[in-house]
Design a protein. Sequence first.
Length: 182
Amino acid sequence: MNKQALRILTLAFFTIAVLLRFMPHPSNVTPVAALALFAGCYLSGIVGIVLAFGAMAASDILGHIMGVPGMGFYDANTMLCVYFSMALAAVLGRAIRGRVSFGSVVAGSIGSTVIFFLVTNFACWQDPLMGYAQTADGLLTCYVRALPFAVRSLFGDLLFAGLLFGCYQRLTSAAFMHLQRA
């Protein structure tokens, strides 16, 4: 697949990622981390990070303007940690570049879920409005309460990474087969 076709495909994935955040879905089941992983793998590192930030920012801004519950702006530290976690998913994508396989995509998805879980819930623990004691027990309580969200994140990351990488593989295989026949 040439660079132009890859960019168009990634832009389509980006648009879908933004739109899916507005569709009814279980909390934390979104394609944004999978998009970051994919873009980090197949595009330049900075483009992967920009796409992840862009998908989050576009949907957060639109969600804020439209008053969509659960979307928009919230604690600045927590929000920065969410965006930072998406950037790290793109970095993980860069790490699997040239070694894409079922196992590496699964490992990248699990890695991005774990990073998101650890980083964002640490930020939630620090947020005084969340009410967690600023102790080791408070941090543990925060992480334990977040486990159901982590499970949903993992499901979404695996599902959407499978779809993104699978579609890309299918499209590149189809294009290759078409060229061989010509």
